[in-house]
Write a protein that binds this ligand. Structure first.
Ligand code: THU
Length: 160
């Protein structure tokens, strides 16, 4: 028997002023996207913004449905918009934030497993690492340099 220990690296910024101007803009677009959330069932509003290799930024928000399993997460909404409008462009970064109806979110929001898997697939598709920038409504910002740091041992086409 042997053990494998996995480690990951997270860059932590105390506030937005520590980010590069480009990342400040991307994160603000994610905060703006929160307002487009359609979340009458959870009332939990999530906003995401993706930066494409050509510099374009596209936002996305969670879109819920009375048939609950059909709810779309903000991250996948933004990634799908990018893949539809700019199918050939890689994605260099995604920012994610959220607003809860019950409490102020002062810690970085964590993408769900399904969204992590889709961010990994997008990296593989374009052979382009995607930086992941996470913040609550306020507070510290986490940065991952690649989706693989958020989702080690992800399933990919090599297994097929
Ligand atoms: N949600 C996202 O948009 N992204 C995530 O990574 C986690 C969860 C949404 C889905 C649902 O509309 C609401 O948050 C509550 O789960």
């Amino acid at each position: 028997m042997k053990e494998i220990k996995l480690t990951t690296t997270i860059k932590v910024y105390a506030n937005t002023s520590e980010l590069s101007p480009a990342d400040q803009v991307l994160l603000q677009r994610a905060h703006d996207a929160v307002h487009d959330s359609y979340s009458p069932y959870s009332n939990f509003k999530v906003g995401a913004a993706v930066r494409l290799a050509n510099g374009e930024i596209l936002g996305g928000s969670n879109q819920e449905n009375a048939s609950y399993p059909l709810c779309l997460c903000a991250e996948r909404t933004a990634l799908s918009a990018a893949a539809s409008i700019f199918p050939k462009e890689g994605i260099t970064a995604i920012a994610v934030t959220a607003k809860s109806p019950t409490k102020p979110i002062t810690f970085p929001i964590s993408p769900c497993g399904a969204c992590r898997q889709v961010i990994c697939e997008t990296e593989n598709k374009h052979k382009q690492d995607i930086r992941i920038i996470l913040q609550g409504e306020t507070g510290e910002i986490y940065e991952f340099m690649t989706a693989k740091d958020l989702m080690p041992l992800s399933f990919d086409s090599e297994f097929l």
